[in-house]
Design a protein around this ligand. Structure first.
Ligand SMILES: Nc1ncnc2c1ncn2[C@@H]1O[C@H](COP(=O)(O)OP(=O)(O)OP(=O)(O)O)[C@@H](O)[C@H]1O
Length: 278
């Protein structure tokens, strides 16, 4: 990062507090308290934390997922500090500006694999974000782009014409990853990208991240429990506990010198797995 910081920063989260509004009987719920994180415009930062620690909330905010569809659970609301993503300040952002931001930000929500449109083939699912923006997109170029994305997530071309229900859950997750990256985003926010993916093909995700880095400026925020993905793909990891950052640094430094009981537990679990494997 330069001294001024701004032009090389994909994400700047500054003293961020986030709340879910209350509904009839429930009071508002504060999910994040005074969170600070910076992601350089060519950096991949991981997020770890126990269930309920606020990981998905932070991912939703950074991805600009701030408007809930009708009937859905409420969207997170920034009530303190701010998050600046690709130069857009998110606190109080207007819908139109949010739309232009989300053009360059790809978001892979936790349940993306189970939300693939059941009536579309795999090829149509992956092409959907392109066709939503440009109905007349050149079909040959589209086919090539879809094939490239399938190859990138190590799925055979034979799945092109299959429907999501015909795939395993790990294959569906890889389709969801391919779909989320098809527009070539500047920032990828991925909530458990290797969830359900067989250990033998999980490496595909870190290879893909490495390739996107080589192709140009690419930043990512990866929520993951997958220590091998965090080791291979992230330069730093933020650990969340109860909506607060309790550790920030390279994953192996956090595990070697855990400064919070959550990290000590993770470090212990990791050493147990490593010695079992050895
Ligand atoms: N739409 C919502 N409305 C109200 N509260 C919510 C909503 N979504 C999440 N929460 C609450 O906010 C807190 C943080 O949730 P969040 O999903 O961000 O945690 P998480 O670390 O991602 O958990 P997990 O690993 O289980 O996905 C939790 O107490 C959760 O119950």
């Amino acid at each position: 990062m330069t001294a001024s910081g701004a032009e090389t920063t994909a994400v700047r989260v500054d003293d961020l507090a986030v709340e879910y509004p209350g509904r009839r009987l429930s009071a508002p719920h504060r999910a994040l308290h005074g969170v600070d994180v910076v992601v350089g415009d060519d950096e991949v930062v991981g997020i770890v934390g126990e269930s309920g620690s606020g990981k998905s909330t932070l991912a939703r905010v950074i991805a600009g997922d701030l408007v809930a569809p009708k009937g859905a659970d409420p969207a997170p609301v920034i009530v303190g500090g701010d998050a600046t993503v690709l130069g857009h300040r998110l606190r109080g952002i207007r819908r139109r500006e949010l739309t232009s931001l989300t053009f360059n930000v790809a978001y892979l929500p936790q349940d993306a694999a189970s939300r693939l449109a059941p009536e579309l083939t795999v090829a149509e699912v992956i092409a959907q974000p392109i066709l939503e923006r440009d109905r007349l997109y050149n079909r040959k170029a589209l086919g090539l782009r879809v094939a490239t994305m399938l190859d990138a997530v190590e799925l055979p071309l034979a799945v092109f014409e299959k429907y999501p229900f015909e795939l395993s859950s790990g294959q569906r997750q890889r389709v969801a990853v391919a779909r989320s990256l098809v527009l070539g985003p500047k920032l990828w926010v991925a909530d458990e990208p290797t969830a359900g993916i067989d250990v033998t093909v999980r490496g595909a995700i870190s290879h893909l991240i490495a390739r996107l880095h080589e192709e140009g400026s690419f930043a990512a925020v990866l929520i993951s429990h997958d220590l091998s993905l965090l080791r291979r793909s992230t330069s730093r990891v933020a650990a969340l506990h109860d909506g607060r950052i309790v550790g920030l640094g390279p994953i192996d430094d956090l595990l070697a010198h855990p400064e919070h009981p959550f990290l000590a537990g993770l470090s212990h679990a990791n050493s147990t797995v490593s010695s079992d494997a050895g």
